[in-house]
Design a protein around this ligand. Sequence first.
Ligand code: PMP
Length: 356
Amino acid sequence: MSETRPKLRAELEGIPTYVPGRPAAAGGPVAYKLSSNENPYPPLPGVMETVMAAASSFNRYPDLACTALIGELSERFGVPLSHLATGTGSVGVAQQLIQATAGPGDEVIYAWRSFEAYPIITQISGAASVRVPLTPGEVHDLDAMADAITDRTRLIFVCNPNNPTGTVVRRAELERFLDRVPGDVLVVLDEAYREFIRDPEVPDGVELYRERPNVCVLRTFSKAYGLAGLRVGFAIAHEPVAAALRKTAVPFGVSHLAQEAAIASLRAEDALLGRVGSLVCERKRVVDALRAQGWTVPETQANFVWLRLGERTVEFARACEQAGVVIRPFAGEGVRVTVGETEANDIFLKAAEGFR
Ligand code: PMP
């Protein structure tokens, strides 16, 4: 056999990946999953029925252009059809946005710590990541992000609310920042958790997009709409950017089931947003309880909370797992804990109390 191996792109070096293996053996302790910011509610019966009906035609390719879904989104947001692009989860759309704007020699700016996909999808593109540390209060440092812009900057992610801290940037500071960004640099407002925001000072990215051709809004059906497993996200962007997203899309990357479920979810928005309201109440209960236990918890506007634990991070996550909840540790930094079912939150709160 030849010793020569296929040449892989150097950009892939150092990106961690999973190794395909056997499924984990069943029978372990029952664990609640509070590690991926998912919606704990099961699908609405009406959405489930739609998906089951759609399943009868999965021998066919889906609608490449997601026509019906784009039509619904256009009405829902009051934006032209040509300003919408769907993709395989919003992380898929984020990857397309980088592919469409940046390559070797270019720079992508984002806050750090933020959504862990940003460094990976940037590295894959061959562009360089410019990470701007969060403030000590765990908030985007927008002045420092604006200072980091060079003539190589092509794209800036603003994650609002920020994953994993849940913190937000408000209207005045965001507008001031956008005023400093050159018109040929694309600003992506990643609003994966938009529906969980209750702070009235946080602007709706769609309003900012309307005023600025270099602003694009990223949204998902994975969180508030509870469709994480079906993989559908979308961007609202001005025509050239939205067209670039259609060019870089994986053909047929949004399944028929996902398209139908997304449409059904938009039509069942009242029920789904009611559930979001319950999760927001539960979020307050969790944050208040943690603070009463003596933890420092940044103000969160998302469906998760952030605890900065430094060296105790992994140990804390292990204690939670032993208690029956899986959370998300970022070794040496802190943990992100999704606000889930009341029982799961109670187990987590008890574990946190025991850890103090
Ligand atoms: N943006 C942010 C900030 C996220 O936290 C996530 C999911 N963890 C995504 C985008 C991607 O979500 P999806 O691909 O499921 O739409």
